[in-house]
Design a protein around this ligand. Structure first.
Ligand code: DHB
Length: 516
């Protein structure tokens, strides 16, 4: 099957992209050969065409970040592959809301990113410390989505997607630490999501020229990248980004995506402090060995109760309306017990016996694990963050930098954070532009609006020992999508921590299923 002709009616919004600057040059590739170990551990020789560092807007602020790479398989294990109409895996490599670039990659899966799932984005490191650390080599990782499998090996969905026969688009995006010579921050909110949307628009505008099915774009990302992936999915074609996209000279095309993959999304940031205390409020903090200020923790927990009630979300599988009093039961029944059950069922008899002997809080009837929420929290142990986990009173959290603007590196983005500010904020209030920025960054905003352009297929994963955010954050995304009638596949990885991806083969199978 040949490609499509780029015609004015190819897509309702793509016809008016007359800018040659955003035309995909289909001949400008290099042919590369690489060996990729698939998700089952089998090596494949993949011959592919690689397009490098294509600037995806006509008016870039920083091309090092606002560019994308395209990889298209042509031969796998000696057999010719035609990916002309294959689904497109749109794999961002954002971590920690930091800048991510593909410009120096020498092949698929070679993005460099700063921070990220194993990088320093904790509340103890100041944003400037993170920024300077990231300019050294220490935190820069290669390999795109820095996810780890159960054995601690790297999982790269770009590479795995290519070996599975998909077209892989890897976009760079601006991130929070970028600062120009005048001291202006140009990668803080909403830069990263605007860039990813611009990259999707570029792909769509080149429908029929760029290999792959532009109506089957499947987005992936981990942590902050998972947040952005879920936001990309929820916000498809939302007009609230139009002015930002116009300013960059983004292609005039749809930025809706077909399916969303999100691992441990760190999102719903303005409600994350309350959710975090509801979840981990009584656990000691890893860095101090102590419980956090319980007055602050309780204040934040009551904010979560109010917020969760306001969402009016119903749990999956007929569970009633979720609230702060029943979410523990929901979490245990819907996610945690099934997660432990799968884990235990997959162990050898000897390993299962040993695990159960070491974890007597679990009741195992031979088929199913049961336990209480309180025992689960004890089992997880120390929490990663202090309080508030995201809008730190001293502006030391990475998210304070994400909501910086102009020459101001860090700002509060919650009323509670601003009110309790310890840095000399005289107004004790958030800046007037913050509410709009929060909407631009929050998938829950778009679910509440029932955004018709959202992705209708959701793959969401989170480790049960991940205390980078509350376990409710991804469960709320899942419930919101489900309640609107979308197809949701959400499960928790037992005893896995932040950045984990232990079922990539299942994800690739899921892509085939939902796009088929
Ligand atoms: C990431 C981790 C965090 O704890 C956070 O607050 C934001 C982002 C990350 O790994 O991307």
């Amino acid at each position: 099957a040949g490609g499509f002709a780029l015609s004015a009616n190819a897509s309702s919004k793509s016809g008016s992209n007359s800018s040659d600057a955003l035309a995909f040059d289909k001949d400008a590739y290099t042919e590369l050969t690489t060996t990729i170990t698939d998700a089952d551990g089998t090596d494949h020789e993949v011959v592919y065409h690689f397009w490098k560092a294509i600037t995806y807007v006509t008016n870039p602020v920083d091309e090092a970040y606002q560019s994308l790479n395209v990889s298209v398989p042509v031969k796998i294990d000696g057999t010719a592959v035609d990916a002309t109409n294959a689904p497109i895996v749109f794999a961002n490599s954002v971590g920690g809301y930091m800048p991510s670039s593909v410009a120096d990659a020498t092949g698929v899966g070679g993005a460099s990113m700063s921070g990220g799932p194993t990088g320093g984005t904790g509340t103890s490191a100041s944003p400037s410390a993170s920024a300077s650390a990231s300019s050294g080599t220490g935190e820069v990782q290669s390999g795109g989505n820095a996810m780890v499998n159960a054995q601690g090996g790297m999982v790269n969905l770009g590479k795995l997607g290519l070996a599975a026969g998909y077209v892989v688009v890897e976009p760079g995006a601006r991130g929070r630490t970028l600062k120009d010579s005048d001291g202006t921050y140009y990668g803080t909110a909403p830069a990263a999501i605007v860039d990813l949307k611009a990259a999707v628009r570029y792909v769509r505008a080149n429908k029929g020229v760029i290999p792959g099915d532009t109506d089957r774009i499947v987005s992936t990302g981990t942590s902050a990248g998972g947040a952005l992936s879920s936001l990309l999915g929820a916000s498809g074609d939302s007009p609230i980004y139009d002015s930002y996209l116009k300013e960059l000279g983004a292609a005039d095309a749809s930025d809706a995506i077909f399916a969303t993959g999100a691992w441990c999304p760190i999102t719903d940031l303005e409600h994350a402090d309350g959710a975090y205390e509801w979840n981990w409020g009584t656990n000691v903090t890893a860095s101090t060995g102590k419980v956090v200020d319980q007055t602050v923790s309780k204040d934040l927990q009551s904010q979560f109760a109010e917020y969760q009630a306001s969402l009016k979300l119903r749990g999956l599988n007929g569970f009633g309306q979720l609230n702060a009093r029943n979410y523990d039961e929901y979490m245990v029944k819907q996610y945690l017990e099934p997660s432990a059950t799968t884990y235990l069922a997959d162990l050898s008899d000897a390993d299962r016996t040993a695990y159960l002997a070491a974890n007597t809080f679990i009741d195992w009837d031979g088929e199913k694990a049961t336990f209480t929420w309180a025992d689960f929290l004890t089992h997880v142990g120390a929490r990663k963050k202090t309080t508030p986990a995201f809008d730190a009173f001293d502006l030391s959290a990475g998210e304070n930098n994400e909501f910086g603007a102009g020459t101001t590196e860090t700002r509060h983005f919650t009323a509670y954070g601003a009110k309790n500010d310890t840095t000399g904020l005289t107004t004790k209030r958030v800046a007037s532009d913050i509410p709009e920025k929060l909407d631009l960054m929050n998938p829950m905003y778009h679910f509440a609006k029932k955004n018709p352009g959202r992705s209708k297929h959701w793959w969401i994963r989170l480790g049960t020992k991940d205390s980078d955010t509350s376990l409710t954050v991804s469960a709320n995304i899942a419930a919101a999508a489900d309640n609107l009638g979308d197809d949701v596949n959400h499960l928790y990885y037992w005893d896995e921590g932040h950045g984990s991806n232990i079922d990539p083969a299942d994800f690739l199978t899921w892509i085939a299923k939902v796009t088929g």
